[in-house]
Ligand binder design. Structure first.
Ligand code: GLA
Length: 744
């Protein structure tokens, strides 16, 4: 069968149409080469171009230079990418300053190219393809009206995914230096069709990440950004556009997700005639990239998804794309080991004896990996020293780091280790020997956070010195997993080794990516986990190098429900570390049942983070059961299709479900926070099941798929606060089906 081209250009109408069975993206070269945006959304068949954007002479919205038509204005026309200073007063995608101080830039269409597959970006995380046939890329080149300053706009469309991957490349072909003051990855102008009236963002704080915030889009500019040097706890780099009526399962949604781990900004402007402009990419805050003659700057990629099957439909697209075409390596689809981490069990205060006792318990309970967290290196007994000294703390572990790793292996457990390679303590050998590795303006006291400072990762020699230390440990100790932490935001962003200070934030991130690429390539068998004080750098950029991240330092089961629910909007479950910790919880002081803690953590990449040596027999029995349950459902959780069912941000209950890749099994999680004397009953309706009959494992009750979806099942009549339940349905083969199977 001949494959349909995914990208078409109609030279009569001057229309570009990218489409697959799910989506269409349409744009048009207007008179004078202004590139207008026509449609991003559901697939349009047989587009005629007869629905024209109305032209109207609007006061104070002037005209396109060199095109004397009063009704044609860049101030209102939906466009693909905006320059600056020529009658478009909405937020610009680009600001470029030239040597004469001018920042006027009037972008016009120059040429286009259709590329089979997807070109690789160098030094940046990105979506990838496995075979050329699965995607096509359109590159449209815009050029300033007067000067050879070019912007290449890239649009990749996959055959079977509801996404467009966008990025931009800025090229300076003038004889002079130019400075990019703002270099967005994408712009999306939406006409006033009333389709998108709200935005969902994922704001938060340390130990309170990615909580769902749904807001009306009103006049003015709304911006969602990070200025912390990382994607941040405070504002994740994923947003969604929705209609007021969009629910989890119905209505339109556009997801916008940045494949980047540094400063970001999404700006949404509702203009004078109620149209929307959304611009996103690297935050223009403290950003200025210098481009000499013939130099180019490539932005990171932005994922634009579209679904008309509600927020769940949108999330499926992001989950699948991130799992299948962003994360890489050996562990991409591998069952992730059930781990125990010693952090909340011991903090910095551990000995070989204590660690071995934890390992013994972990092995007896059926766990699969022991992770030694902070405190094993330098002279680290508190968070005030030793960052940068990635050599073993002599004498702290009587049997040595290698001895502990081997002990874990002997007991049948994998061994994992915590590191925080981007940081430096003043009290460290690294600082004593190379104080200039610390990022700061020389002779100006930098700000501490958690008593630590950031290394100048813009410098290769700094990265190399860290890399050498880490490689020595990785070569000498049998390590199966690394937890790569980052426990502060950037400040004092200055490098004496970078010519243009506006580049330091981004060069830091490029430096980080360079080191991550080097190490993850050199040690492909290691399972890498990202972390930043929990989920402070939980983004698609990091997932390109490390397939999972520690979701939050907050392990309180009730708060985790919100955090995991919010995170699932843009991120697959296989990326979310979730642990059972002690009760009362160390962060919140809340007391919850071990069952509740286990049920919540089992909806992620499962593990434990508490003192196993302090458990009673009853607790051990429950933990053994949890572990054997998780082993049975692990691939349904980590690789299945996830749907949110009941939103905890709107009510006292929460529910979600997982459907196994072969569609034969469904795991449903339900929770109620607070009890009451006369609790209402809730019916939870499942989604996306096949026809046929399903048996619930614990109760052995049989339901039809249709029943489960149309009528649902009742939330258990819980007694007490903070209660949860997990249901596991299996499709049963009925007599009739068996008969049909034998006839066929
Ligand atoms: C961060 C991490 C924790 C733990 C500590 C160790 O806060 O998120 O899980 O590793 O650092 O210092």
């Amino acid at each position: 069968m001949k494959r349909q081209s995914l990208i078409a250009f109609d030279s009569e109408t001057n229309v570009f149409h990218l489409s697959n069975p799910l989506i269409s993206y349409v744009m048009k070269i207007e008179e004078s080469g202004v590139l207008s945006h026509i449609h991003f959304g559901k697939k349009v068949s047989n587009y005629t171009d007869n629905k024209k954007y109305p032209r109207r002479d609007r006061g104070f919205s002037g005209n396109v230079p060199l095109h004397e038509e009063r009704a044609f204005s860049k101030d209102t026309l939906p466009q693909e990418f905006s320059g600056h200073g020529s009658m478009d007063y909405r937020i610009p995608a680009t600001i470029i300053t030239r040597e004469n101080g001018s920042s006027l830039l009037d972008l016009r269409y120059e040429t286009y190219q259709i590329i089979q597959g997807k070109p690789k970006l160098s030094g940046l995380p990105q979506t990838y393809i496995l075979e050329e046939q699965e995607a096509q890329t359109l590159c449209i080149t815009l050029k300033d009206r007067d000067l050879p300053i070019y912007v290449d706009l890239f649009y990749t469309i996959y055959e079977k995914r509801g996404v467009i991957i966008r990025s931009a490349k800025y090229r300076n072909q003038t004889e002079q230096t130019i400075w990019l003051d703002k270099a967005a990855s994408f712009q999306l102008d939406l006409t006033n069709s009333g389709r998108f009236t709200e935005v969902i963002a994922l704001p938060g704080a340390h130990a309170r990440e990615r909580l769902i915030s749904r807001q009306r889009i009103t006049e003015g500019v709304k911006s969602f950004e990070s200025r912390r040097g990382s994607s941040s706890h405070q504002m994740n780099n994923f947003i969604a556009l929705t209609h007021t009526h969009t629910t989890e399962n119905l209505g339109e949604a556009i997801g916008l997700q940045f494949i980047y781990s540094g400063n970001h900004a999404f700006e949404i402007e509702k203009d004078q005639i109620d149209q929307l402009r959304i611009v996103g990419g690297i935050n223009a805050y403290q950003f200025q990239w210098q481009l000499s003659t013939n130099e180019a700057f490539q932005t990171p990629e932005m994922i634009l998804s579209y679904s008309d099957e509600g927020l769940n439909g949108m999330s499926h697209i992001h989950h699948e794309l991130l799992r299948e075409r962003v994360t890489r390596g050996k562990h991409q689809y591998e069952p992730r080991p059930i781990l125990v981490n010693n952090w909340e069990a011991t903090y910095f205060d551990f000995t070989s004896k204590k660690i071995e006792a934890l390992i013994d318990e972990a092995a007896a309970l059926g766990m699969e990996m022991f992770v030694l967290d902070d405190g094993w290196f330098g002279k680290r007994d508190a968070d005030t020293s030793s960052l940068g000294d990635w050599f073993e703390y002599e004498g702290k572990l009587a049997n040595g780091l290698k001895g502990i790793a081997e002990y874990a292996h002997e007991k049948g457990l994998k061994f994992g280790l915590w590191v925080e390679p981007e940081m430096i303590s003043i009290d460290s050998e690294l600082y004593r020997q190379t104080p200039d590795y610390l990022m700061q303006e020389p002779a100006r006291t930098p700000a501490a956070s958690r008593s630590q400072f950031v290394l100048d990762f813009t410098r290769k020699e700094v990265r190399d010195s860290i890399s050498q230390q880490l490689r020595k440990i990785l070569d000498e100790v049998p390590i199966d997993y690394i937890k790569w932490d980052m426990n502060r935001s950037l400040s004092d962003v200055y490098s004496a080794y970078v010519e243009n200070q506006g580049e330091v934030y981004h060069r830091y991130v490029l430096g980080l990516y360079d080191l991550l690429e080097e190490l993850t390539t050199a040690y492909p068998d290691i399972l890498w986990e990202g972390c930043s004080g929990g989920g402070g750098r939980f983004d698609a950029g990091i997932l390109y190098y490390m397939p999972q991240s520690w979701t939050s330092d907050n392990t309180d089961a009730m708060e985790r429900i919100d955090i995991q629910y919010g995170t699932s909007l843009g991120y697959p479950i296989s990326s979310m570390g979730a642990h059972v910790s002690a009760s009362p919880n160390h962060q919140s002081g809340r007391v919850t049942d071990l069952k509740t803690r286990g049920d919540v953590a089992m909806s992620g990449v499962f593990g434990y983070e508490l003192d196993l040596t302090a458990l009673g027999e009853q607790e051990k029995r429950i933990i053994k059961e949890q572990i054997s349950t998780y082993k049975e459902i692990r691939q349904i959780i980590q690789q299945g299709k996830f749907d949110r069912l009941e939103n905890p941000f709107e009510q006292n209950i929460a529910a979600w479900q997982f459907v196994s890749p072969n569609k034969k099994e469904i795991v449903v999680f339900m929770a109620r926070r607070l009890t009451s004397g006369q609790p209402p009953f809730h019916e939870i309706r499942l989604v996306g099941l096949e026809e046929g009959m399903y048996r619930e494992r614990k109760s052995s009750l049989i339901y039809s798929g249709s029943e489960l979806m149309t009528m649902g099942i009742y939330l258990p009549d819980f007694h007490g606060d903070f209660q949860t339940e997990i249901f596991h349905f299996e499709k049963i083969v009925t007599g009739e089906e068996e008969e049909n199977a034998s006839i066929n």
